[in-house]
Design a protein around this ligand. Structure first.
Ligand code: HC0
Ligand code: SF4
Length: 589
């Protein structure tokens, strides 16, 4: 251990600890902006300054490691004044539109300005005037303005950017897609895309990892919660909501539920209190996906087809294939994602059941993901001009709605999902964590194909955990009873996906069935999840998922009675004619 002192208090920390980590671990406050615990250190905001005895200038706490006998002061007049003047310069460039900003109340810059009481000294300088209004989607006009809403998923307002560079590091470090970087020089330097093009003209996959780490409201999801609020308040239509697997775990963390407490019932109650008429579960359609995708895999094994077969439920991954790996399109499963499957079923089967026209229903999908917004807007996911999903809101937007309508789900009694699209197995719930789609698929495929000793539930350990690339051998049977060994892989995070595909291309590895998720760790760590400075939050959410599976009584997708009823009453059989029409899709050039 290394002996140091901070503000006169003697403490011991492990060697190589940074001053920032030492201070944080011992309850001392040091301001930060460019620092994010999940990202590599940059040291460019110059806010985390400390005085160190013997040093002629303040040092940045995030980049400086402790040494024996180090004497650190975090709050000298010199440090405080330097931090204040840096903040004042940033404040001068920052718009004064906090009241309508997506990040109002959840903005690290706002907190700093308040904490250091930085008044506006000068009129605010914005970089450039906005060219479009915020809800106007324009892809034709070249956008050389710092405001970019060219995709359906992400909104960028670089007037609000504080140049911390976290988004640049997220896009590079997690995804290795490198859409964002510092452009221009000197006083005009700002974060932009290659050639300053709108994001839909780049290879951005709309994953939202950049928005997840943005400390202000410069990069956010494209806001749909105001439109949803309008629908909830006017009650002119039948309001249906469906919730992704990873939402309940995220809310459980947000509302500090005990690690083994299943928050689903409180979430459902909260959504009803918001004003939704029907609350359905995307876990239901995750189970439906297993029926369709499992059948597709078994058909490819029996009758031949492109291998490896890739899962198709992650829209960031689909964007990546279409933009960067078009040669892999035929390897993708033709299944729509669970979001789109439940959308199609709500506007057909369910609409019929309640004697409603599809256009009478407003279906809101709650997702931990920004790219799901773009997925829902694809023209192939609308029938006669009526979209299967009207709005996708992220977990963050759901939190805003709950706040605006003063609903605290933690205080409500548990309620159940509506029937018949409200039953989901814990296998379907596992979709929300990396490896979960594979685990759910293996459970059902082994039983359906008649494998003698299927892997016991929860024991397919090789696909569990947050490792970026995982592999397992899975015994299955062909239709003529022959044993086959399916080589399965699970990959999450864009950087890992690229590494993995390189190995496949070079024939260093061979696989039959691969689960791909664009966000590291899967949807529990989606780009639309609440921002958190706690790097252990993803582990906590993953463990919640596994606990929910262990505690569940329905753990197999094919045993879901709502899914069985849907086939009996409507679809008839997996991969049948109607399934193909409603539940399968194609990919774009
Ligand atoms: Fe996911 Fe999904 S699991 S992509 O991560 O497959 O966003 O949670 O809803 O559609 O079910 C996200 C999460 C979903 C879909 C499901 C899949
Ligand atoms: Fe990069 Fe994802 Fe942000 Fe696009 S949405 S810029 S791919 S991090």
């Amino acid at each position: 251990m290394v002996n140091i002192s901070i503000n006169g208090r003697k403490i011991q920390v492990p060697p190589k600890t940074t001053v920032l980590d030492a201070a944080k671990a011992n309850g001392f406050y040091i301001p930060t902006l460019c620092y994010h615990p999940r990202l590599p250190i940059a040291g460019n905001c110059r806010l985390c300054l400390v005085d160190v005895k013997g040093s002629w200038k303040p040092l940045t706490a995030c980049t400086t490691e402790v040494w024996e006998g180090m004497e650190i002061e975090t709050d000298t007049p010199a440090v405080r004044e330097t931090v204040r003047s840096s903040l004042a310069m940033m404040r001068e460039e920052h718009p004064n539109d906090c009241m309508t900003c997506e990040s109002n109340g959840n903005c690290e810059f706002q907190d700093l300005i308040y904490r250091y009481q930085i008044d506006a000294q000068h009129p605010v300088r914005t970089l450039l005037k906005r060219k479009f209004d915020k809800t106007n989607h324009s892809i034709t006009e070249p956008c050389y303005s710092p405001f970019d809403n060219s995709t359906f998923s992400i909104a960028r307002d670089m007037n609000k950017c504080v140049k911390c560079g976290r988004c640049i590091r997220a896009c590079h470090h997690f995804q290795n897609i490198n859409i964002l970087g510092f452009i221009n020089r000197a006083g005009y330097e700002r974060v932009g895309t290659p050639m300053d093009r709108p994001m839909n003209f780049t290879k951005c996959v709309e994953c939202g990892q950049c928005s997840q780490v943005c400390p202000v409201g410069a990069i956010t999801e494209r806001n749909e919660c105001i439109e949803v609020l309008r629908q909830l308040d006017s009650k002119k239509k039948i309001l249906v909501v469906s919730t992704a697997p990873a939402i309940r775990t995220a809310l459980a963390e947000e509302f500090n539920a005990e690690p083994d407490f299943d928050f689903t019932g409180k979430m459902v109650a909260g959504l009803r209190k918001l004003g939704f008429d029907y609350v359905f579960d995307t876990n239901f359609s995750a189970d439906l996906t297993i029926m369709e995708e499992g059948t597709e895999l078994i058909n490819r094994l029996n009758e031949g087809g492109k291998f490896p077969m890739f899962t198709s439920c992650c829209p960031g991954w689909i964007n990546m294939v279409e933009k960067s790996y078009p040669e892999l399109r035929e390897n993708l499963s033709t299944c729509k994602s669970p979001q789109q499957m439940i959308g199609a079923v709500i506007k057909s089967y369910f609409a019929k059941k309640i004697n409603a026209k599809p256009e009478d229903i407003i279906h809101v999908s709650v997702m931990p993901c920004t790219a799901k917004k773009g997925e829902a807007k694809r023209p192939e996911f609308a029938k006669n001009g009526v979209p299967d999903i009207d709005h996708v809101i992220t977990t963050r937007e759901l939190m805003t709605l709950l706040k605006l309508k003063k609903v605290n789900p933690a205080e409500l009694q548990n309620e159940k999902y509506d029937s018949p699209l409200g039953t989901g197995s814990s296998a379907g719930n596992l979709f929300g964590v990396t490896g979960g789609v594979m685990e759910a698929a293996v459970r059902t495929a082994q039983i359906i194909t008649g494998v003698e000793n299927p892997i016991p539930l929860g024991e397919l350990k090789a696909v569990r955990g947050l490792e970026g690339i995982k592999a397992a051998n899975v015994p299955l049977k062909t239709k003529d009873g022959k044993d086959v060994n399916v080589r399965a892989a699970v990959v999450s995070g864009g950087a890992n996906i690229q590494k993995f595909l390189e190995k496949i291309k070079n024939k260093e590895v061979e696989f039959d069935f691969v689960e791909m998720m664009m966000c590291p760790g899967g949807c529990i760590n989606g780009g639309g999840q609440p921002k958190s400075a706690d790097p252990s939050i993803v582990i906590k959410k993953m463990e919640r998922m596994y606990t929910m599976d262990k505690q569940a009584t329905l753990r197999l997708s094919h045993e879901n009675q709502d899914v069985q009823q849907l086939y009996k009453e409507f679809l008839k059989e997996p991969n049948g004619h109607l399934s193909h029409e409603l539940l399968h899709t194609h990919y774009n050039d």
